[in-house]
Design a protein around this ligand. Structure first.
Ligand code: F6P
Length: 628
């Protein structure tokens, strides 16, 4: 007997188990990978690819370029049917629109929203209109944690929004509101106006550094004082310029991205985007580009101090059409080009040719639309708004003068306050009977000069009020300085209430407040109700000779804001003017604003842009000649 001991090395079992597990795991991973690739491939082929094709087709449809049928093979058959119907309805609507357009153009009526729409279809040749500006027409700001819609105080917005509402299309602008991202889609797009969408707003996002250098720095501490002759020294910093170039490229890219490989007509707005025309043309020379400069263009001597003058001019000359408010600004611009860049000028045609590309330079004095189109309250509603405002600000029983401005040193607000002070010194009989309301929207407040200006003006208004207030006229004061963002209806109520409107810019491209005042007086509504509430049907405009509007509204009392005596005397005359003269002056201005309204401005610009050849025409390339 003995024991048989069998020793068996069972380690192989563990090995085999481990190997088996590893192999199993690897196989499972491979299977999962294959499954993943197959499912993603199928999802892409069955769902994503057709949906992308559908999105692209819809984008083209929106831009007016989708002539082909909707893509086939959509995952849901109803989607296929609906897109066929959508395409058919679009085509029918377009052809109807074209027919109506021709009808309206033939009927040769006054310039209205419809007539502009009709004209635009013709002038744009079916291509969509793309406006690009720094300032957006609709901004969302957070108030108590909720996004609230704000209409920025800007002449550019006042002018261009009715145009895009009429023509449809795309507006590309900086999304500056703190709730802008959450109210737009992933591409930054939002249909506007929110209550009645007419066009698409595409918001461009720029970084804090870019905003500081491009907007506050180069645009508003450099170009703004450079172009406005108000003795404010421009500041040019290399870092700001770099950000200006970068931000301009962002705007240009956003436009190019939206246009894709389609055609479009692009209207670039203002001094913040001077390089955009050149940047767009560098990528798409076939795209028609116009640039409208909303501020003055100074004389060549003044512009010369800008270290980046050549780059700026070259960028601007990328445009096929360059628009300014006044002929004088066009002259200054061409003269600047003549002296500062290698360009061939044709003074007969007012054009500049650079590297075979020609830019036309033309004046287009911008204007406004009628208030009645903006959905503001009229009749008893307006009357009660006026009554409330009068009570709220203790204006009862007083003739009211009004000023509406962004708080900006170019607007001559301090000069205006001093003229009011002088008025009460020279004519104490107006004390207690006349009062001046200044609506001031804070603007560009991260720039020390602008921030300080608010404080300076508040101190000046206080000082003047203190000087003239006394116990015998309780509640009355010479100046009500209301620093806030005032929305359209409140501005309208003040303009309707005012007997005198004062625009005293030290230098201004056009100044649309002057035209807004005349337009407000153009509509009677329930005149007697308004009058009972303290409204004034007519009114007198006191207007600076240094605002472009002075050329269009010579019936205003034209003043030099630097001449306090003359200025105060004009306010006195405005207060004392008899009804007949007030009516005559206002009627003439009213008729002119009605005829030369914003629709006509846009139509003229688009017509000229459509005619601008871009490329040089040898028959026109005569010997350059400067007008005498
Ligand atoms: O109209 C001139 C202009 O500078 C516009 O370019 C601008 O939108 C507007 O005034 C208001 O200025 P900002 O956009 O800087 O508030």
């Amino acid at each position: 007997m003995g024991s048989l001991v069998i020793l068996h090395d069972a380690l192989y079992l563990e090995d085999r188990l481990t190997r088996g597990m590893v192999r199993g795991l690897a196989l499972a991973l491979i299977a999962a990978g294959v499954l993943f690739v197959m499912t993603s491939g199928m999802a892409w082929a069955v769902f994503e690819r057709p949906m992308h094709a559908l999105a692209e087709w819809m984008r083209k449809l929106r831009f007016g370029g989708a002539s082909e049928s909707p893509p086939r093979g959509l995952p849901v058959s109803r989607l296929q049917d609906e897109s066929v119907h959508l395409a058919a309805s679009f085509r029918a609507a377009r052809s109807k629109e074209r027919e109506e357009a021709q009808e309206i153009v033939r009927s040769d009526k006054a310039w209205t929203r419809d007539r502009l729409r009709a004209h635009a279809i013709d002038a744009l040749g079916g291509q969509p209109l793309v406006v690009v500006s720094n300032r957006e027409p609709y901004m969302h700001q957070l108030r108590e944690g909720k996004p609230v819609l704000v209409r920025p105080a800007s002449g550019l917005v006042t002018g261009l929004d009715p145009v895009l509402r009429a023509t449809g299309g795309l507006w590309v602008a900086h999304g500056a509101g703190d709730a802008d991202r959450q109210t737009a889609d992933a591409a930054g797009c939002i249909p506007v106006p929110p209550e009645d969408s007419r066009y698409t707003l595409k918001r461009v996002w720029i970084t804090k550094e870019e905003e500081q250098g491009y907007y506050y720095g180069f645009s508003n501490e450099g170009l703004w004082p450079l172009c406005h002759l108000t003795h404010e020294r421009p500041l040019f910093r290399a870092g700001d310029w770099e950000q200006y170039v970068r931000a301009n490229q962002r705007f240009a890219n956003a436009v190019l991205e939206e246009i894709g490989d389609e055609k479009a007509v692009v209207m670039v707005q203002d001094y913040q985007l001077a390089l955009v025309p050149g940047m767009i043309k560098a990528k798409r020379p076939d795209i028609r580009v116009g640039l409208f400069w909303h501020i003055p263009w100074p004389n060549a001597e003044a512009f010369r101090i800008c270290p980046y003058r050549v780059e700026l001019l070259q960028g601007m000359l990328g445009a096929d059409l360059l628009g300014f408010h006044l002929q004088q600004h066009c002259n200054n611009f061409l003269d600047t080009v003549d002296r500062m860049v290698e360009a061939k000028l044709n003074w007969d045609h007012f054009s500049a040719e650079i590297k075979g590309h020609t830019s036309l330079v033309r004046p287009f004095p911008i204007s406004v639309q009628q208030w009645s189109e903006r959905g503001v309250a009229t009749g008893t509603k307006l009357a009660s708004h006026i009554t409330t405002l009068r009570q709220q600000h203790q204006l009862d029983g007083c003739m009211v003068g009004v000023g509406v401005d962004r708080i900006d040193y170019t607007k001559g607000i301090a000069e205006r306050f001093r003229a009011i002070e002088r008025l009460f010194e020279k004519h104490p009989e107006h004390k207690g009977k006349f009062t001046f309301v200044q609506l001031g929207a804070p603007s560009r407040v991260h720039i020390p000069r602008y921030r300080d200006l608010v404080t300076e003006l508040e101190a000046l208004a206080d000082q003047i009020n203190w000087k003239f207030q006394d116990a015998s006229r309780e509640g009355w004061k010479p100046i009500h300085f209301l620093v806030d963002h005032h929305e359209g209806p409140a501005v309208y109520a003040f303009l309707k209430m005012a007997s005198v409107c004062i625009v005293s810019s030290l230098h201004d491209g056009m100044n649309l407040v002057a035209k807004e005042f005349v337009a407000a007086k153009a509509e009677g509504g329930a005149e007697s109700t308004e009058r009972e509430a303290g409204g004034d049907k007519e009114g007198v405009l006191v207007l600076s000779e240094f605002a472009g509007a002075a050329r269009d509204l010579p019936e205003a009392l034209i003043i030099n804001p630097y001449d306090t005596e003359e200025f105060a005397q004009a306010i006195h005359e405005a207060i004392m003017m008899d009804d007949k003269e007030r009516r005559q002056r206002m009627t003439r201005m009213r008729l002119r604003i009605e005829e030369f309204n914003i629709y006509r401005w846009a139509a003229d610009f688009l017509t000229a842009l459509a005619q601008a050849k871009g490329r040089v025409d040898p028959s026109e390339a005569g010997q350059p000649r400067r007008p005498q």
